[in-house]
Design a protein around this ligand. Structure first.
Ligand code: ZN
Length: 419
C-alpha cells in the first residue's frame, strides 16, 4: 500500500467512527387519541424533538417527519383503535313509562376515539323493573356491554298496601302479590335475600323499581313467632321506638333515665314509668274518670332483674311453653322500657279488664293520648303472645293514631314507617 492510499483509508475510518449511527423506530403503532413521544420512537437524545403535524384521531397510517435540530427523520405512524368505550353508571335508571331514555343522564360514556354509538332496543311501555343491557360501540367496532336495572315507573305514585301478615311456611313457594296489593295493579317484586328453606325473619323490600316498602318476611315452621328461636339485641334509640319483642332483647343494663311515680290517684301499686308516659297516662286517666271510668295502672316499669322474678314465678307452676305465651322472658318485656303500662278498671285487671266499659273506652280513646295496644287480637302469630287487652305502650299521639289505622304489630309498624 502506498502512502496516499493509507491516508485515504485513515480519513475514511475517522469519518466512519465520528459519524454516530442514529437508531430509532421508524414505524410505530399508537392508540387513537394518543400523542407521539420520544419514548415511543425510542429516539435517544436530550435534545428537543419536533414532530410534523399529525392527527391522533385519524385511523390508519400517516407518514410524517420529525426534527432534531436541523436534521429531519422519517416516521410512519399507524393509528389503531383497540380500546372499547368506557361506560360508568352514575344513577339508577328510573324513567316514566314511554319516556325516552337519555343515556348520558345515567351513564358516563367515553371513548378514546371521541366517537361512539349506543345500541339499545328497550321497551319502556311496561311498568316494571327488570334487567336490561345496552351496547356502546365505537367506529372500530369495539364494544362494551353494560347491564343495569331498568325501573319503569308510572306517573302516578305506587301505593303498596299489605293485605295480610307476611308469614310463609318453610320450604313452600309463595307469591308476594298474594300478600300485598297496589293502586297500579303492578306485579310486585321482592328485593333482598331470604332462604325459603330456613326458618327465620328476613328484612326485605317489596315493590317495583325504587318504590318499595320495607317489611319483614317471616319464614316459619309454625312455631317461630311464638318462640325465642332467633334473638338479637334490640336497637337502642328513642325509647318510643325501641322494638322489644321475642326477637329483640334489651340488655340487662337498660334502665330508662327519667322514671317517675304516676299520680297516686291512678296508681294504687306505686308504679313508675318515664315522665312523658306518666303525664300522658294521668291525662288519659283523668279524661276516663270524667266519663265514669276508674282507669288505674297496675304495672309500669319493670327492671330486667324484676322480670326474671316475674317470669320464674310463672315457671314455678306452668310449663315454659305456656308461660312464653303470656309472660316475657327477661330483656324481652316492653315493661323494661318504662313506657308501658298494664291497666285495670278499679280492681278488674288482666283478663277481667277485657269485658269492662273502660276497655271499650280505651279502644276508642287510648290513641288520643298516645297509647297503643301492643298485643292485639288477631296478631298473635306475629307478636307471639295471647291477646292482652290491658297492656298499653306509650308511643306519642301521632304515631298511636296512625298505628291504629294500620292493623300491624308495633314491630311491623316501626319497620315500615319509622326506620
Ligand atoms: Zn304488660
Amino acid at each position: 500500500m502506498n502512502k496516499k492510499a493509507f491516508y485515504l483509508l485513515l480519513v475514511f475510518f475517522i469519518l466512519l467512527t465520528s459519524c454516530r449511527r442514529v437508531d430509532y423506530l421508524k414505524s410505530i403503532t399508537i392508540e387513537v387519541g394518543n400523542e407521539i413521544t420520544k419514548e415511543l420512537i425510542q429516539f435517544e437524545t436530550t435534545k428537543e424533538i419536533n414532530f410534523d403535524e399529525f392527527d391522533p384521531f385519524q385511523l390508519g397510517t400517516q407518514n410524517i417527519n420529525f426534527y432534531v435540530e436541523e436534521t429531519s427523520y422519517p416516521l410512519s405512524v399507524n393509528v389503531n383503535d383497540t380500546k372499547a368505550p368506557t361506560v360508568i353508571q352514575r344513577h339508577v335508571v328510573t324513567i316514566e313509562a314511554d319516556e325516552t331514555i337519555n343515556w348520558e343522564d345515567y351513564f358516563d360514556i367515553s371513548d378514546n376515539s371521541n366517537w361512539y354509538e349506543i345500541i339499545s332496543d328497550i321497551d319502556t311501555s311496561l311498568i316494571e323493573s327488570r334487567e336490561e343491557s345496552i351496547i356502546v360501540r365505537d367506529a372500530s367496532q369495539n364494544e362494551t356491554q353494560v347491564s343495569f336495572e331498568l325501573n319503569v315507573t308510572s306517573k302516578e305514585a305506587l301505593i303498596i298496601q299489605q293485605e295480610k301478615e307476611l308469614i310463609v311456611d318453610v320450604n313452600t313457594e309463595f307469591d308476594i302479590n298474594d300478600y300485598f296489593t297496589n293502586n297500579l295493579d303492578m306485579n310486585l317484586s321482592i328485593y333482598g335475600d331470604y332462604d325459603i328453606d330456613k326458618v327465620g325473619y328476613y328484612p326485605i323490600e317489596v315493590g317495583s323499581g325504587t318504590q318499595r316498602l320495607s317489611v319483614i318476611l317471616t319464614i316459619s315452621d309454625g312455631s317461630l313467632t311464638s318462640s325465642y328461636k332467633l334473638i338479637e339485641p334490640a336497637t337502642i334509640r328513642d325509647d318510643l321506638n325501641i322494638i322489644v319483642t321475642k326477637r329483640y332483647q334489651l340488655p340487662q343494663s337498660y334502665v330508662p333515665d327519667n322514671l317517675v311515680l304516676i299520680d297516686s290517684i291512678y296508681n294504687p301499686k306505686s308504679v313508675r314509668v318515664t315522665s312523658d308516659t306518666a303525664l300522658a297516662f294521668e291525662t288519659m286517666a283523668n279524661a276516663a274518670k270524667n266519663e265514669g271510668h276508674n282507669l288505674v295502672a297496675t304495672s309500669g316499669y319493670r327492671s330486667y332483674d324484676f322480670q326474671v322474678q316475674v317470669y320464674n314465678s310463672f315457671l314455678a307452676y306452668d310449663s315454659q311453653e305456656n308461660v312464653d305465651t303470656y309472660s316475657a322472658r327477661p330483656g324481652h318485656s316492653e315493661h323494661q322500657l318504662g313506657t308501658t303500662l298494664d291497666v285495670c278498671e278499679g280492681d278488674l285487671c288482666f283478663g277481667n279488664f277485657t269485658n269492662t266499659d273502660t276497655f271499650h273506652w280505651m279502644t276508642n280513646h287510648a290513641h288520643e293520648y298516645g297509647f297503643i295496644l301492643s298485643y292485639p287480637l288477631g296478631k298473635e302469630g306475629v307478636h307471639g303472645y295471647t291477646y292482652e287487652s290491658w297492656h298499653y305502650r306509650y308511643v306519642g299521639k301521632d304515631v298511636a293514631t296512625h298505628f291504629n289505622s294500620m292493623n300491624l304489630t308495633f314491630e311491623e309498624y316501626v319497620q315500615q314507617f319509622i326506620e
